[in-house]
Ligand binder design. Sequence first.
Ligand code: GAR
Length: 193
Amino acid sequence: MVQLTGPKKIKCAVFISGTGSNLKSLIQFSKKNNSPISIELIISDNSKAKGLKFGKIFKISKKVFNFKNKIIAEKKIISDLENKNIKLICLAGFMKILSKNFIKNFKGKILNIHPSLLPKYKGLNTHKRVLLNNEKYSGCTVHFVNYRLDSGKIILQKKVKIRKSETAKSLAKKILIQEHRLYPKAIKEVFNL
Ligand code: GAR
């Protein structure tokens, strides 16, 4: 469990690969007085990630790393995180799988948001698989990251009802709205707030 020490906010890095709507909601949350975090760094594996624009908009440092050589990329990231005294990592639509070594370095300090009711539908294409299975509900989960994909301890979940006419696109949109509320709530939970 991450410990809050004193009145200072915990320095946090957010990892993204795409649109960054969760990043935006986390930045807005971090600016609230009652938020335990301040976002100091945005990291992406994708130089074309739309979410990188939030670095400029909110004046937060951003860095892109080429994950073709994961060992080298992660080494550089670890050094950047240490230099900035980052104590919490929030994966927000980050589509690379971090190595065991990386996770070991930040044990218990990496959170992820996943668009399903874990432990169901780990991995990719969740909405499509949920609909193919005629599920009545889906949702989103914030969890700690451990060595197994989408399998760490669950912090919070939010359930949404699936309509008869639901498509993967409409379901993704509906769940994303809930994700933006759930991630800040889960961070508060981590800090016992
Ligand atoms: C979100 O739905 C997030 O849960 C999902 O990608 C989307 C990113 O949206 N993450 C995963 O599927 C991780 N396996 P965003 O870039 O707008 O935050």
